[in-house]
Design a protein around this ligand. Structure first.
Ligand SMILES: NC(=O)c1ccc[n+]([C@@H]2O[C@H](COP(=O)([O-])OP(=O)(O)OC[C@H]3O[C@@H](n4cnc5c(N)ncnc54)[C@H](OP(=O)(O)O)[C@@H]3O)[C@@H](O)[C@H]2O)c1
Length: 405
């Protein structure tokens, strides 16, 4: 309640009550001494009200300024259910850094979360968004790594990215390479750390091996192709259009197969002279299991990390896998422990990050398109229609604001 409301409602009520006591209970028609005492009591009351108000109102005001815009989903469903709201800013907890978000990037998982099919892990923000870039706003207690306000950072998140501020465990922050914008940097954490994890931690890819990456023009695919090249292996891809295959080849793919127009397994076998792919990065699952196992090399590693083509498998999967002595490995990143992710961030920062900013800049995040936070529904529609080649970025701080800062 505002001070004006306090004085206009409570104070007159107090005056009326005192007058009523004076005339009806104490039966005093007129007494100068009484009037004086009552005046002092009422004056004191007004003074206390004003002081209470003066102390609480600025607190109230500052709590309003600690609000932020964020994309909320009240009811799971289509892109129209993404609502921009003012909600309280998160407070950084022990070991966390509050990041002012300049840009966030979309991930396929965001579409599932919006539809209620991929809830955040327990205790994590229910705001969508797995990766951001921005600046350090403030530090929670116990932050050790030497981050300071205004440092340019990018972060892997369990959620909370579609917002103006997000609290991040310090272990999951990385410095933004100096030559990258916030939009480019926002395209790195989830997509590149996933691709790195699949190749290095899970498949343990070796020099000279052939790696087949499905969805070669996706966020993960564009990162995977470049990483396979960086590690001295040979990337080949599948994609659903000539345009997407061309872009994967520009990034370093040695061959590409349109899975909509032919049997990619035959293409892989032809390319490898019958040997097959040593590693398959598979985000498709059900619809292409048989082709995958048919073009897997002996002792190959088939890494399942998504099920865009369905989950059900019917047929002789186990028999075919056994005859190839194949390894079927499945992985999810978001549900991993903080320690696992911290190790991943450390390894990636050491082995890969320098290649975004070296002279030849051998690695580059691929940006498909950029939307403002207000246009988040349009961004989701684009991804849902499989139109993107590379990452879709959401500008949280508009370019104009960034320049004037
Ligand atoms: N396990 C993990 O830790 C983890 C982490 C991050 C992401 N992921 C998964 O990785 C996958 C890629 O994510 P992203 O954000 O990089 O995706 P993205 O940029 O949205 O690209 C996905 C692409 O996959 C292709 N696709 C869609 N449905 C398909 C189908 N039924 N068969 C064949 N291709 C299909 C489409 O390209 P075409 O035009 O070529 O068909 C689409 O553009 C998703 O499944 C996501 O859930 C997993």
């Amino acid at each position: 309640m505002k001070y004006n409301q306090l004085t206009t409602c409570i104070y007159p009520a107090l005056v009326w009550k005192v007058k009523w006591i004076k005339t009806h209970v104490l039966k005093l028609k007129s007494c100068h001494c009484w009037d004086l005492q009552m005046h002092c009591i009422l004056h004191t009351g007004r003074f206390l009200l004003r002081n209470t108000y003066q102390r609480t109102w600025p607190k109230c005001c500052s709590s309003f300024s600690k609000m932020m815009r964020a994309v909320c989903v009240d009811k799971p469903g289509g892109p129209e259910n993404l609502l921009l709201r003012n909600i309280p800013r998160p407070q950084p907890k022990d070991g966390e850094v509050l990041v002012k978000v300049h840009a966030a990037a979309l991930n396929r998982a965001d579409l599932l979360q919006r539809r209620g099919l991929y809830p955040p892990p327990d205790g994590e923000s229910d705001i969508i968004g797995l990766e951001v870039a921005g600046t350090v706003d403030s530090l929670g207690p116990g932050v050790k790594e030497g981050w300071k306000p205004d440092d340019r950072v990018m972060a892997l998140l369990c959620g909370g990215g579609y917002a103006e501020y997000v609290a991040v465990p310090e272990e999951l922050l990385m410095p933004v390479p100096h030559n990258l914008t916030f939009c480019q940097a926002a395209a790195i954490p989830e997509a590149w750390l996933t691709a790195f994890q699949l190749l290095v931690f899970i498949a343990q890819v070796k020099e000279g091996e052939v790696v087949l990456a499905h969805a070669g023009a996706s966020g993960i695919g564009t990162a995977a192709v470049q990483l396979v090249r960086l590690f001295g292996a040979v990337p080949i891809v599948t994609a659903g259009s000539l345009e997407k295959l061309k872009m994967a080849e520009e990034l370093g793919a040695a061959a590409g197969f349109n899975y909509k127009e032919g049997n990619f397994a035959q293409g892989v076998l032809d390319f490898t002279r019958g040997k097959g792919a040593n590693v398959i990065l598979d985000c498709i699952g059900g619809s292409s299991w048989e082709k995958n196992v048919n073009c897997l090399a002996m002792d190959g590693r088939w890494v399942l990390y998504g099920t865009l083509g369905g989950r059900a498998v019917e047929g002789d999967l186990l028999g075919k896998l056994l005859s190839k002595r194949g390894h079927l490995l499945a992985s999810l990143l978001r549900s991993r422990s903080l320690q696992y992710k911290a190790d991943l961030v450390k390894a990636f920062s050491h082995r890969v990050l320098p290649y975004f900013s070296d002279q030849a800049a051998s690695l580059r995040p691929v940006i498909d398109s950029t939307f403002n936070l207000e246009e988040i529904a349009e961004a989701h529609k684009r991804m849902e229609a499989n139109k993107n080649m590379g990452k879709i970025i959401v500008n949280v701080v508009s370019q104009n604001q960034e320049i004037s800062n």
